[in-house]
Design a binder for this molecule. Structure first.
Ligand code: IMP
Ligand code: MG
Length: 431
């Protein structure tokens, strides 16, 4: 078989179950590469009785044969990396530099980033985005304004001090002002304290820092497989998403090319992870959102609670008009449908098919649509009954489940390649 270079993209607003899928697929890949976002992500992976929640480490870390790369497009809170490594160590998983690599050119999230994020997005804010408060936006801002501290700077105290001083000169004005209003002022560390903290973390991470291009080229040259792990989802993309209610990175396919490194043989497959219904956390409406008991039911049955912030996720029906857009902007070649078990046994099932918007019908989301003005048009589906068991193929799926899968495939013109029906690694069918 030719080498597989596969991208995993969230096709909705994140939390589609990417972590579980990456963990499952990782054993077939030599490398797993995180290429955007930071520890705003929350990837839950259940192996046997143990549940691991990963935020910054790639979801391939539970596979002993895979090298996990935090690529240059990621924003890295070094304390979070150390925290997650220690948590894994406590459950008997030891990551050495052959298992984890961190790009020297990834950008750092430091204390001023998270403080600013929280202060800006406090209840007093004019436009509240509902961020995770992890400092993602400010860290990407620093990267774009060419002020970012890079991972390699953690090893150079003078460079750290110089960069942080320059950052502080600008940030202090806005930070002190905002923090006074929002009550975060007391926790602002001095530049000296922050330099010390980051330098100490750099000492711990030093063996893991390097250049990922050479490593990925070597894997590619030997015909090895590479899995690119996206975080968040297409509708949270800084360009393609529902701006301003988005995250600050390129979550759609494009992010792989800028934030990861793609060796000569290119990308062979882009798998869109699609939850069988829709959820969103943070501000910003979504067209098929349910505000009733059915929404509450999905939230509870699906255990829809943010893995990073503990916030309840808002729930609604699957939205094919949204997914057509996601499929287009990320050039999806296959779908992995997750959490189908949550819909089993419900006595009502709808799917959003198109949008009524400003007097016209649209069969897909169009960039720039105002979410408050979209009215989703629904199709009533047969309810999903029966049970899903291991080894089932498309043909032996319960009838209505098969029809649900077929409806998705026909609308998107993309095959559903896997179907997940529970949190365990084994609760996944290859269709
Ligand atoms: P930020 O990424 O923390 O700046 O948050 C921006 C928006 O993206 C907010 O609506 C967050 O709730 C959302 N967001 C960020 N990361 C995730 C994620 O991993 N899953 C779901 N939503 C996310
Ligand atoms: Mg998540």
């Amino acid at each position: 078989m030719p080498s597989q270079h596969t991208v995993i993209v969230g096709a909705q607003w994140g939390d589609e179950g990417k972590g579980k899928i990456v963990d499952y697929l990782a054993s077939q890949y030599q490398a797993v590469v995180r290429y955007q976002g930071g520890h705003n992500a929350g990837h839950t992976v259940v192996v046997g009785q143990e549940k691991h929640v990963l935020h910054i480490l790639p979801s391939g870390v539970l596979n002993s044969a895979t090298v996990n790369i935090i690529a240059h497009g990621v924003v890295v809170d070094p304390a979070q990396v150390v925290l997650e490594m220690n948590r894994l160590k406590a459950s008997g998983i030891f990551l050495d530099p052959t298992k984890l690599r961190i790009s020297a050119m990834a950008s750092i999230i430091h204390s001023y980033c998270s403080l600013l994020d929280k202060a800006r997005d406090s209840d007093a804010a004019q436009t509240k985005i509902g961020t995770t408060g992890k400092g993602i936006g400010p860290a990407y801002e620093e990267k774009i304004t060419r002020k970012a501290i890079k991972v390699q700077d953690l090893l150079n105290k003078d460079m750290l001090a110089q960069k942080l001083k320059s950052i502080w000169k600008e940030r202090s004005i806005i930070l002190q002002d905002l923090c006074r209003d929002s009550g975060f002022g007391a926790s602002i560390p001095s530049v000296e304290q922050e330099v010390e903290r980051l330098f100490e973390l750099g000492k711990i991470l030093a063996p893991f820092i390097g250049d990922e291009m050479e490593l990925l080229d070597a894997i590619d040259a030997k015909g090895g497989n590479i899995l690119y792990e996206g975080a968040q989802g297409v509708m949270l993309d800084i360009d393609y998403g529902t701006y301003p209610y988005v995250t600050s990175s390129s979550t759609a396919l494009g992010g792989v090319y800028t934030g990861g490194y793609v060796p000569a043989s290119g990308i062979s497959e882009v798998l869109g992870i699609v939850k069988a219904y829709t959820t969103r956390v943070g501000e910003g409406k979504f067209p098929t959102e349910l505000f009733d008991e059915t929404g509450n039911y999905l939230q509870q049955k699906g255990n829809e609670v943010g893995a990073t912030t503990g916030r309840k996720r808002r729930c609604g029906w699957l939205d094919l008009a949204q997914l057509k857009y996601a499929a287009k902007v990320s050039r999806l070649t296959g779908i992995i449908l997750t959490k189908v078990d949550v819909l089993l046994g419900m006595n009502e099932l709808k799917v959003g098919m198109s949008y009524q918007y400003q007097g016209k019908i649209f069969d897909r989301y169009v960039m720039g649509m105002n979410l408050n003005e979209i009215e989703a048009q629904y199709h009533n589906c047969r309810t999903l009954q029966g049970v899903i068991v291991p080894e089932m193929t498309k043909k032996d799926l319960p009838d209505a489940v098969g029809s649900y899968v077929a409806l998705i495939e026909e609308s998107l013109k993309i095959p559903v390649k896997y179907l997940a029906y529970g949190p365990q690694r084994t609760q996944l069918l290859k269709l």
